[in-house]
Write a protein that binds this ligand. Structure first.
Ligand SMILES: Cc1cc2nc3c(=O)[nH]c(=O)nc-3n(C[C@H](O)[C@H](O)[C@H](O)COP(=O)(O)O)c2cc1C
Length: 186
């Protein structure tokens, strides 16, 4: 038996990919915020990722200044930090210091990488779709790097547990690979 789900709760049925921490600004004046509304929209040439960002975020102000950002992928060990930089705002504060995260210079964009994260996607914002409360940022990935022990073309969930937002202060973990018997179609 299935129960009805209120429409304002329906998105939790398909809450997308892993939680990420997005850095914006510059090495001198960086900010970081948590995102769960993210999805790839083109796999290659170029690789494009869509982020939905609220109009009121301080990060959005910084992103509009240089149209650059870095998508950083935290694992289970960064749960507290990821949740923390998803509350309130980084305006007038140094969230890196407060949450013990280390900014490291990126190669192709101005915002820093987060050293403690397992992967980084350096991005340029190539298009913005204005919406009611959250604008849609189309981000072109210009460089990506990941911990070679944890990612071999796909995440190895037995070694690295991405966070998946369940609402409130609850998160799920990806911790096991299952393999479909049918061969992959090419
Ligand atoms: C797990 C999680 C996911 C979030 N996802 C989004 C998101 O996709 N888009 C968004 O605009 N805010 C999202 N937020 C809220 C922002 O991360 C939060 O408001 C942040 O403090 C904004 O910081 P800023 O004002 O310094 O930019 C999320 C928060 C959490 C805890």
């Amino acid at each position: 038996m299935k129960k009805e789900v209120e429409l304002n709760k329906a998105k939790w049925l398909v809450e997308p990919g892993c939680v990420v921490m997005v850095t914006s600004g510059t090495m001198e004046r960086p900010n970081v915020m948590t995102f769960s509304w993210q999805t790839p929209v083109n796999s290659a040439d170029p690789c494009l990722i869509l982020l939905a960002i609220s109009h009121v975020r301080y990060s959005y102000e910084l992103i509009k200044q240089n149209h650059e950002l870095v998508i950083n992928v935290p694992g289970q060990e960064l749960l507290e930090q990821a949740h923390r930089v998803g509350q309130g705002t980084g305006r007038g504060r140094n969230r890196f210091k407060e949450s013990g995260l280390t900014p490291v210079a990126a190669q192709l964009v101005q915002p820093p990488l987060i050293k403690e994260c397992a992967a980084h996607l350096e991005c340029r914002v190539v298009q913005i779709f204005e919406m009611q409360t959250h604008d849609l940022l189309i981000c072109e990935v210009v460089r990506a790097a990941a911990d070679e022990d944890l990612f071999d073309g796909r995440w190895i969930p037995e070694k690295f547990h991405t966070l998946h937002y369940l609402g409130g202060n609850k998160y799920g973990l990806m911790n096991r690979t299952v393999v479909a018997q049918q061969a992959e179609q090419t």
